[in-house]
Design a protein around this ligand. Structure first.
Ligand code: HEM
Length: 416
């Protein structure tokens, strides 16, 4: 069969994507009538795709690879260079195992225990303060928690600065202008810090417990038997610290949902079996990462469309999570849809799709779910609070979109 180019959206679409990062791909696909189209993003010819079938294609490693797929502005901020995200094939699988060994249920429960302990300490302070900004508090709690859990020393005087640096990596990466440069600076400073810690472990000055992320990463050997260079080990350590703090975004979005859908807040109080479907629906409904990027390995055809070798490909995450072909009433908040959901690797992809062990799907998915459940459970059952007058609007141009005032709570009382 003869195959043609994907439908084209003429010109450079970078601005259109920045203006509507969560809707641009799905809306354009709908206008052009299909799952994909080709345009230019940051001047590169790029195929943009949405939906479950596209996701299935996207995770076929024989077709799409990651090396060289990520734009420099993302490598210099969010991800760094030399980490697992940029590897393919055997090298990727091997490195991925390093992350998967950190995700045992015991370890995840330990992170949850540490986080809940800190949350309770913070909540005692909140009882004495007029009002607190939940997002700021949760980021600080999670920075402390993940450093403790990972075996990374965090002197009290550094808590503020490390929280700010780790936040800048995920919150300012997609921004343009000043914020973007702040993210680049934070990447340099955070990598310098993490490199120093890796070197302390290797030099014997720091002895984290064996099961801790710091120990695992500092002693990990690539397939050639060599340890990771200190710089790459630092990038991988930050690949654990940064996203664990980023779960604060989901937690604040969940608090926003509890405020906006008080019926669900009440159900959460009454029945802890509601926690899981509730947090799953938060992960589906609220946008976080707009898209993931890959490159065509060798040219191929798919459904009559030609994918030329080297072409960049973007998979729309939020559009897939809200695709009307996979979800009924996709723009309604309905946790009950997850009550007896059997899982699907391609329709629900807030943290990527496919398989965790072999594809690039996020290894931190269980941490995100467990941490969200812990914080939502605590907010619902162990705290009473008011949500004073404030701006709760989410700005869909912000990456990731947060309620404008970051969820302010007042009159906080621990109910236990
Ligand atoms: C990959 C989202 C939490 C570690 C990814 C990907 C996404 C994502 C979209 C890319 C998937 C792909 O390329 O196909 C998120 C979100 C999180 C989160 C929204 C919530 C805050 C975490 C946590 C960790 C983590 C808690 C670790 C503790 C990673 C790593 C990768 C990754 C190491 C790269 C995996 C690979 O390339 O094989 N995440 N993540 N993430 N995530 Fe997460």
């Amino acid at each position: 069969t003869i195959s043609g180019s994907p439908p084209a959206k003429a010109g450079d679409s970078t601005l259109a994507l920045l203006r509507d990062p969560y809707g641009f791909i799905a809306n354009t696909c709908r206008d052009l009538g299909g799952d994909l189209f080709e345009t230019r993003i940051l001047l590169h010819r790029t195929i943009c795709m949405t939906g479950a079938s596209a996701a299935e294609l996207f995770y076929r490693e024989d077709r799409l690879v990651r090396a060289g797929a990520m734009p420099a502005r993302i490598r210099k901020t969010l991800l760094g260079d030399g980490g697992v995200q940029h590897l393919d094939g055997h090298a990727h699988r091997h490195r991925k195992r390093m992350f998967m060994t950190l995700m045992g249920s015991e370890r995840i429960a330990e992170l949850r225990r540490i986080s809940l302990g800190l949350l309770d300490v913070y909540a005692r302070q909140w009882e004495r303060t007029g009002a607190v900004i939940l997002y700021d508090e949760v980021r600080e709690i999670l920075t402390r928690a993940v450093c403790t859990w990972a075996g990374v020393p965090l002197p009290e005087t550094d808590v503020r600065i490390r929280t700010a640096q780790l936040t800048a990596l995920f919150q300012d990466a997609g921004a343009v202008g000043w914020s973007h440069w702040r993210a680049r600076r934070s990447r340099r400073l955070a990598e310098r810090w993490a490199t120093g810690i890796i070197e302390q472990v290797r030099g014997g000055d720091l002895k984290p417990p064996e099961e801790c992320a710091l120990h695992v990463i500092a002693t990990w050997r690539d397939p050639d038997g060599e340890m990771l260079s200190p710089q790459i080990a630092a990038v991988e350590l930050l690949n654990v610290l940064r996203p664990t703090v980023a779960v604060s975004v989901f937690i604040v979005q969940a608090a926003h949902a509890m405020h906006r859908y008080p019926d669900w807040a009440r159900k959460l109080k009454e029945d802890d079996r509601v926690l899981e479907p509730f947090v799953q629906e938060v992960r589906r409904f609220y946008p976080f990462f707009p898209a993931v990027a890959a490159r065509v390995h060798q040219g191929f055809s798919w459904r009559g469309y030609r994918f030329e070798e080297g072409r960049r490909v973007l998979l729309d995450l939020h559009g897939t999570n809200t695709d009307p072909r996979s979800w009924t009433a996709p723009h309604d908040f309905r946790p009950e849809r997850f009550q007896d959901w059997h899982g699907d690797p391609y329709t629900f992809i807030p943290q990527g799709g496919g398989r965790h062990g072999t594809n690039h799907r996020c290894p931190g998915e269980w941490i995100a779910i467990s941490q969200m459940e812990a914080f939502c459970g605590y907010l619902a059952t162990s705290l009473d609070y008011d949500v004073p007058e404030q701006n709760t609007a989410l700005d869909p141009k912000e990456l990731p979109p947060l309620p404008a005032d970051r969820v302010v709570l007042s009159n906080v009382r621990r109910s236990a």
